[in-house]
Design a binder for this molecule. Structure first.
Ligand SMILES: [Zn+2]
Length: 154
């Protein structure tokens, strides 16, 4: 699984806490969910191992917590539609539609037809800028806004 790339420590902390609350400890050797004891400690009652994985119903079983966080974001937040977002972003910057021989064209559509490389590079720049500014989170090649992730947590 990928490494969770969230630079906002308090957001990451909240996500990890949510992930622990909404997943179970799992003993792979005995292949079963392990409930924490009264003191909140987790070890397998059968083999006494505390080398436990995490289990998310319907998703899977794996070591670590980052993949649990990612699975909850993917299940609860909508990935950004890059084409739509980029199109809106371009039309905000270049408010005038493209005019060719008296006809008007949507900015993003025209750029994509006339210079697909510039279109791709521009979209890649927009993605990098949003990731650098900590506005977006990337999971498996999809992007989610931090705002939406915060909404889902609250
Ligand atoms: Zn066990």
């Amino acid at each position: 699984m990928t490494n969770l790339n969230i630079t906002d420590d308090s957001l990451k902390e909240k996500l990890v806490a949510y992930a622990y609350d909404n997943s179970d400890a799992f003993c792979y050797g005995c292949y079963k969910v392990v409930k924490p004891n009264a003191a909140g400690r987790c070890f397998c009652p059968t083999c006494h191992s505390d080398d436990l994985m995490r289990h998310v119903g319907g998703v899977g079983v794996e070591y670590g917590i980052d993949w649990v966080v990612e699975s909850f974001i993917k299940a609860n937040c909508e990935a950004i539609d890059l084409e739509t977002y980029y199109g809106e972003w371009l039309s905000e910057i270049y408010s005038e539609p493209v005019k060719i021989c008296g006809s008007e064209f949507d900015q993003a559509w025209a750029l994509k037809q006339l210079d697909p490389i510039a279109y791709e590079l521009g979209q890649a720049d927009m993605i990098s800028a949003n990731l650098d500014d900590d506005c977006w989170i990337e999971i498996d090649g999809e992007y989610y806004t931090v705002d939406e992730v915060e909404n889902f947590l609250s």
